[in-house]
Ligand binder design. Structure first.
Ligand code: CA
Length: 224
């Protein structure tokens, strides 16, 4: 699954009054911190940090959560925190995205026109990506939000003749997602090397994807 969940520190009394240093600590020496909050902030800035303990001005950042198997030193007054993933729908609401529970997608539709590169940049600045609509279920779920006869940039690109989802190139592109008569390479210069969501190109208004020029500004859809 995606590793895009944000995290927060949760107080974990279970390991209070214990120091797990020398087995789990990320830095050789404990860090100096003036409060639990600043200790948490220091540890958040260290890659891989997923737990910490704090006492007075002494802050240990751990690279994994202690378990009962680990050796510890007893030290009264130590408080212990560990990192917990935030549920996706909470993260979604925090960033003013819309959560589509049926397909577990957290999306935002932008209606200012951008080319594919600028659209991807905007999604990244939200901490996300251009949306991956790799299944018919996701296409249909998103189509509720899409205006008919309007193209939306999504995270699909033609890389050396192969259609790839930009977020995860190991996902296999399902050709049944194409709109009727797509991909048609209608424009030659610029070539149609980006995939866009489009609804309404056939008589049933079925949602699907179409090949479009990457440089043309369209609405776009980000997901977290
Ligand atoms: Ca086309």
């Amino acid at each position: 699954m995606h590793s895009n969940h944000i995290h927060f520190w949760r107080r974990n009394e279970k390991y209070d009054d214990k120091i797990f240093a020398n087995q789990l600590n990320i830095t050789e020496e404990p860090l100096h911190a003036t409060s639990v909050t600043s200790c948490g902030r220091l540890c958040s800035n260290l890659r891989k940090s997923s737990a910490f303990s704090f006492m007075k001005n002494v802050c240990y950042c751990y690279d994994s959560k202690p378990t009962d198997r680990f050796v510890f030193t007893t030290m009264g007054g130590v408080v212990y925190y560990s990192e917990e993933p935030v549920a996706k729908y909470i993260e979604c609401a925090d960033k003013i995205y819309t959560y589509l529970g049926d397909v577990d997608l957290c999306i935002k539709v932008y209606s200012d026109g951008r080319n594919s590169t600028d659209a991807a940049d905007k999604c990244r600045s939200d901490g996300g990506h251009l949306i991956t609509l790799d299944t018919a279920e996701k296409l249909h779920a998103f189509s509720e939000f899409a205006t008919k006869y309007t193209a939306y940039h999504i995270g699909l690109e033609n890389i050396e003749g192969r259609w790839e989802w930009t977020r995860d190139s190991t996902l296999v592109f399902d050709p049944s997602l194409w709109n009727a008569n797509e991909p048609n390479g209608q424009s030659v210069s610029p070539p149609e090397l980006c995939g866009a969501f489009f609804r309404g190109s056939d008589i049933n208004g079925m949602p699907g994807v179409a090949d479009v020029p990457c440089c043309i500004p369209f609405h776009f859809v980000c997901e977290l």
